[in-house]
Design a protein around this ligand. Structure first.
Ligand code: OXD
Ligand code: MN
Length: 597
């Protein structure tokens, strides 16, 4: 193996890199410095091997295309483990493996896995380098695709090493695509060692280790220890007609529209009032209590890893503009002119193209089971820098983040949950988050459309026992002088015919306006058993004709359905046994009582 000159004097880092190289046996080691020059060399190399393809540089400058293995297209939650010494620390909702066993299993796959390959060393910062919010990681990988994506999604290179200095803390992230074999795939988290090992996959959520693995699973564990919150939340600024910008953080399960909401364009009526949106992040929020007693947040990421299907000028015009340059497209349809397409993209359906599996594709083609063959995989993605985004917040690089006025939970529920409601207080809000449920989407492997409980949209991402996570949320509330108000929204309620009642997308700002009015103490509300709900007349519907009584239906609360829902909540809470904070049972019982009266 060729040895490299080390661009750092951090002894522990160097010795860890050497140790991992001895395990994985790469031909050489290359340190990623974050320079444009090195990026170009890597792109060239990946083009030669076919790991990426160049897209039409006139129409999509700086853009590339990548196709993954057929069975490596989404997060594999059943292969994702929290490896703590005690099972109880991982809790009943996580897969658990004892660290000794996990290291042993993974070592046998990592052993020699990088033979004939380069091991890239990526020093990265989640959050602006040097901010008190930020955390440093170093990812070792044998995939240029991973390096190129990390260059978009995180802050990478020399400045990070400089900040790390001789002995700074960092998360040790080891990745190898190995044979990309689903039977030899493991995504392992070792919170006690501040380490992540991911092997056998090339899918973003499994391998861009700064994202779900560090910024949520490991960070949630660190957040508990260091008294802050790492959440699966978008952050957006809403500039109000008076020029003030209020920031909200919102948690929805994967592929439920966080990205679209984070950069919505105000509908005409509201735009005229003077609203404007500033995007801080679309997936992850790190939040700390500042000396003012309020909750402040940063987005630790520097890019978007967004779902392509359904993205178009109606659903997300801002994103359509964002992904015109310097973007990596994965598993979408490749058109003959080397541009890209996906189901639900703008413009005409192409007459022909090459699908995400590399096969010639024409619209309407059927597979052996007579199902339509899609050109793009339903979880096909784009990776694109936030700085491309026309609505990118001017506060993205500010080290102290943005103040959060409201926390919004949401789910995809055809029934039950009204368009919006507000919790009575922080403790009740934690219950609302803990009792969240949603229908599954294509972002996780498995069946689509099944209701599963997904507290705070963190079920797949909480790196420790969720009972303690709820307790941590409760204690954060007690420590704040000005806690944000907590709301719940549901854009996905349907009518008797199964049609969506609410148009969603930009129109969602009408609901956010009510939320802000509540935060500004400008609006009364109706006290319902589940929380405060808007009076029908209080949602500004200027320019949005809905079917008669649609808003009434959207805001209706069916006590019978809610009593039925309580059974699911009880079952979910029950699995935590004595660990569940009693406050959540109190909230459960109070809700039941309110529903029965
Ligand atoms: C994501 C996810 O990719 O939640 O953001 O799956
Ligand atoms: Mn996500």
């Amino acid at each position: 193996m060729k040895t490299s000159v080390y661009p750092t004097t951090h002894k522990k880092l160097i010795s860890w890199v050497k140790q991992m190289a001895a395990l994985c046996k790469p031909d050489s080691i290359a340190w990623i410095d974050g320079s444009e020059h090195q990026k170009k060399i890597l792109e060239k190399e990946a083009l030669t091997t076919g790991e990426i393809l160049q897209l039409n540089q006139e129409k999509l400058p700086g853009c590339f295309y990548h196709r993954s293995a057929k069975d490596d297209v989404a997060r594999t939650e059943h292969l994702t483990f929290i490896c703590t010494s005690q099972k109880r620390d991982a809790g009943p909702t996580n897969n658990w493996m004892p660290p000794v066993e996990a290291y042993k299993k993974a070592e046998s796959i990592f052993k020699g896995a990088m033979k004939g390959r380069v091991m890239y060393v990526i020093p990265f910062s989640m959050g602006p380098v040097g901010s008190p919010f930020s955390k440093i990681g170093v990812e070792l990988t044998d995939s240029i695709y991973v390096v190129l994506n990390m260059l978009i999604m995180t802050r990478v290179g020399e400045s990070v090493l400089k900040h790390l200095g001789k002995d700074g803390d960092f998360t040790k992230c080891l990745h190898s695509k190995a044979e990309l074999d689903i039977n030899k795939r493991l995504i392992l988290h070792f919170p006690e060692d501040n380490a992540i090992w991911s092997v056998g996959s090339g899918y973003g959520g499994n391998v861009l280790l700064g994202k779900k693995c560090l910024s949520l699973r490991i960070a949630s564990y660190l957040g508990k220890r260091e008294e802050w919150l790492a959440e699966h939340m978008l952050i957006m600024g809403i500039e109000e007609p008076d020029g003030h910008i209020k920031y909200i953080a919102a948690a929805f399960p994967s592929a439920c529209g966080k990205t679209n909401l984070a950069m919505l364009i105000p509908p005409e009526g509201l735009k005229r009032k003077g609203y404007r949106i500033w995007t801080v992040g679309d997936d992850i929020a790190w939040m700390r209590i500042d000396s003012d007693g309020a909750l402040w947040a940063i987005n630790p990421e520097a890019g978007f890893f967004g779902v392509a299907p359904g993205t178009n000028s109606k659903t997300n015009p801002t994103m359509v503009k964002t992904i015109q340059k310097n973007t990596i497209y994965t598993n979408v349809l490749l058109k003959h002119d080397k541009t890209v397409w996906w189901e639900g993209a703008d413009g005409d359906v192409p007459a022909e193209g090459v699908d995400w599996q590399g096969r010639l594709w024409k619209p309407g083609m059927l597979d052996g089971d007579r199902n339509i063959i899609r050109g793009a995989h339903p979880n096909s993605r784009f990776t694109t820098p936030i700085m491309n985004c026309p609505s990118a917040s001017f506060r993205l690089e500010q080290h102290h983040g943005v103040p959060i006025s409201a926390i919004v939970f949401g789910g995809r529920r055809a029934h039950l949950a009204p368009l919006v409601y507000e919790s009575f207080n922080w403790q009740h809000g934690v219950f609302v988050g803990a009792a969240m449920a949603s229908e599954t989407t294509a972002a996780q492997a498995g069946k689509v459309g099944q209701v599963r409980r997904d507290p705070m949209a963190m079920l797949p991402f909480c790196g420790y026992n969720m009972a303690e996570y709820f307790a941590h949320w409760l204690s954060m509330g007690k420590r704040m002088i000005h806690p944000p108000k907590i709301f719940h929204v549901n854009w996905f309620r349907t009518d008797e015919k199964g049609e969506f009642l609410w148009p969603g997308y930009g129109e969602n700002l009408r609901v956010l306006e009510w939320i802000l009015d509540r935060c500004n103490n400008k609006m009364d509300a109706v006290r319902a058993p589940i929380g405060f709900i808007p009076r029908v007349a209080d949602i500004d519907m200027m320019g949005l004709p809905l079917a008669p009584l649609a808003l009434e239906k959207l805001l209706a609360i069916n006590k019978k359905e809610w009593l039925e829902e309580l059974k699911g909540i009880k079952e979910f809470f029950g699995q935590f046994k004595k660990d569940l904070p009693p406050e959540l049972w109190q909230e459960y019982e109070s809700l039941e009582e309110r529903l029965r009266n």
